[in-house]
Design a protein around this ligand. Structure first.
Ligand code: 13P
Length: 254
């Protein structure tokens, strides 16, 4: 039984004060939603403050990135060992990391292994670019990204896979429910090839890319989609609450 996951990726938005104010607007309502795991991923600098504010709630906390070495002379980087006392999840391989910061499949694989060693739950993002989609290469790209990220991983129990087509992120042009269903089904197929059917059917696959309160139901009603990774709409308290509420209504496990 997969518990749906609604995750807010705040990206490089909010000062610490703004993060506090945003959470204050939504924590009460989010805390009352049952049967859905709700996750907030603010910038690194707000993690400790937000952790304090979330004490006593069931809302989870995640980071947006990390480096794979435990410690050392890596100026400006943050390790999994630093994050694991603060949060439960870490987003890895986000398309902005892949394309703005040139992170390769190999780099992402190192990060996944490091996160698991530190008992952080990785949300592994995969997704094809527009030209790859138009050239009919979606499955090839997703298969490659997924297999590479999972190299050397024995146990995938704590993983989440996020399907985020690059062309849908921040564009207002979300995938259709059918596109997201087809690719999520393919992701589960690949997981099955790698780890067996039973494991594959226990892993959560979530969709991200221009998710709003108006379109989230289209994704949540797909059998292989277990939630959403929300960018822009997670910065609007009422909209994010509505997204989580709809997830509880459509998919919530009680
Ligand atoms: P938007 O919801 O703003 O398209 O961003 C999606 C995303 O990248 C979440 O990680």
């Amino acid at each position: 039984m997969r518990i749906p996951l609604i995750a807010g990726n705040w990206k490089m938005n909010t000062t610490v004060a703004e993060a506090q104010a945003l959470l204050a607007q939504m924590s009460g309502a989010l805390g009352r939603i049952e049967g859905v795991e709700i996750l907030l991923c603010p910038p690194f600098v707000s993690l400790a403050t937000i952790k304090g504010m979330l004490q006593g709630t069931t809302i989870r906390l995640g980071a947006q990135n990390m480096y794979w070495e435990d410690k050392g002379a890596f100026t400006g980087e943050i390790s999994s060992l630093m994050l694991s006392p603060l949060c439960q999840y870490v987003i890895l391989g986000h398309s902005e990391r892949r394309h703005v910061f040139q992170e390769s499949d190999e780099v992402i694989a190192c990060k996944v292994r490091s996160a698991l060693r530190a008992h952080l739950r990785p949300i592994i993002c995969v997704g094809e670019r527009l030209e790859e989609n138009e050239a009919g290469q979606t499955r090839e790209v997703i298969g490659r990204q997924l297999k590479s990220a999972l190299t050397g991983i024995g146990d995938i129990d704590s993983l989440v896979v996020a399907y985020e087509p690059v062309w849908a992120i921040g564009t207002g042009r979300a995938a259709t429910g059918e596109q997201a269903r087809a690719t999520s089904g393919f992701i589960r197929l690949v997981l099955g090839e790698l780890f067996g059917q039973a494991k594959a059917s226990s892993i959560r696959i979530i969709y991200g890319g221009s998710v709003t309160a108006a379109n989230v139901a289209e994704f949540l009603c797909q059998p292989d989609i277990d939630g959403a990774l929300v960018g822009g709409a997670s910065l609007k308290a009422l909209e994010f609450i509505s997204i989580a509420d709809q997830a509880a209504g459509l998919k919530g496990r009680r």
